[in-house]
Design a protein around this ligand. Sequence first.
Ligand SMILES: Cc1cc2nc3c(=O)[nH]c(=O)nc-3n(C[C@H](O)[C@H](O)[C@H](O)COP(=O)(O)OP(=O)(O)OC[C@H]3O[C@@H](n4cnc5c(N)ncnc54)[C@H](O)[C@@H]3O)c2cc1C
Length: 518
Amino acid sequence: MSTTTPRETSSRTDTSSLNPDALGHVDTAVENRSEKDMINISKEATESLKSKVKGQIVLPSDSNYDEVREIWNAMIERRPALIVRCAAADDVPPAISFACENGLEISIRGAGHNIAGNALSDNGVMIDFSTMRNVRVDAEKKRAYVEPGATLADFDEAAQSHGLATPVGINSTTGIAGLTLGGGFGWLTRKYGMTVDNLISVDVVTADGKQLRASENENADLFWAIRGGGGNFGVVTQFEFNLHGVGPEILAGLIVFPFDQAKQVLTQYREFVESAPEELNVWALLRKAPPLPFLPVDVHGKEVVVLVTFYIGDAAQGRKLIEPLLRFGTPHGEHIGAQPYTQWQKAFDPLLTPGARNYWKSHNFTELSDGALNSMIEFAGKLPSPQCEIFIGLIAGAANRVPADAMAYRHRDAKFVLNVHGRWDERTDDERCIAWARAFFQASAPYASDGAYVNFMTEEESDRVSAAYGANYDRLAQIKKQYDPDNLFHLNQNIKPSPRGLIGDRGLREQRQMISRR
Ligand SMILES: Cc1cc2nc3c(=O)[nH]c(=O)nc-3n(C[C@H](O)[C@H](O)[C@H](O)COP(=O)(O)OP(=O)(O)OC[C@H]3O[C@@H](n4cnc5c(N)ncnc54)[C@H](O)[C@@H]3O)c2cc1C
């Protein structure tokens, strides 16, 4: 492990090299050079780093460079100067020191799914966990110890081998790390809360290179901030989760209705979920029908409304509960059955493969008003590509019973999360598809609650960060100042360290003025 911490480094080198705004200038200069000249790291420095880490160092000249830097959203195209493929937690402090010594930005990659693409930076150091995916389960204690490169599939498979699970997302190739640090929700959230509600502890490397444990009892302020504060507070090298008995079989599937029945289906859906037990989850999806074998061929490619159902518990009881949904309209078809939880967790993977171009927008809702439903139906009627969709995730339940100030993630009034999922293949469709997502986002905004889910925010939405944390922002800025005063970890939905004890909007305003005067 390196003994050089970033702050020690900063006292020996130009401190502006640690300032993100200064780094912004470095980037611009670098972009203007030819690709051949882009990387300006000495061979000695690289060799020295190699001698300090167990993992692999990947450079742009290496044959696996393009494969290693690939992330889920193909719209993000950036070329790090160097990638540290960590093999152990001890690889992180030298990677941080190296970045500081060479004046390079740090990005962190869990499984690379983030829509904003913050796992990658041009000419920075990427701390990559894609080879640290181990999940250890203590079935007796109902605990999982998870490395930061693990995907949801890695986690679900390990936990389900003991009949256990915790709420995570709905696409199995998503990373546990990014998902958890932003909040995390999925099919089990109604019953067992957000992913962060099930986090027991983390091992984290902070900006000064220290390896700490954070939990309710140890470094409690850091633990408070990490549960929702994203990658702002340090590099997490292990997550410890609480687990619940789930499955291994659950009852789940789809009911697909004609689009012209959208209003009646969604209105009844809204009423139904008000009183549905928390073991039952139902999400609504508006999109063009994929070529699913249980649908008539002439429905393929047409707009449809889908109710996606999920029930943990006795299958016969689940069928009874789900049965009224079939009468919300005249379905084109339905496909619901008992199946392994791990299989259901992969059900949407074929629609969410990496390599497409993606642009998302998101709102939280405390209720689905008529206005909200009308705008969803209007924009689902003009989908700009066959892959674009609007989904309403139901999260009402256990997550609403946690106080808003219990941790950084604060959307405890949110009952539904809306994702406007713009997705297409060709660069030439960028403008059209992005315009659709933005227009729908604007049209549905009046019906949304305040706040935003950081995990669904694009890079350009940094102005929504303080809204995302609301009343929790000031405390986060203070904790950021304590653990990362130079904002070393800024490639994220960034929380700025409180300048000179000033906090909140006023503090941020003054910080911006200070920076612009430099
Ligand atoms: C297809 C798809 C489906 C999704 N479905 C859901 C869903 O059902 N529910 C839900 O809640 N979210 C969902 N998401 C959003 C998802 O939670 C975020 O995209 C999340 O950031 C992905 O985590 P990752 O580790 O794969 O991302 P990465 O891009 O690897 O990381 C994202 C950011 O997290 C931070 N980070 C990652 N690892 C670490 C670490 N070890 N230490 C410190 N910081 C770190 C960094 O700031 C990094 O930029 C989905 C995303 C996609 C693309």
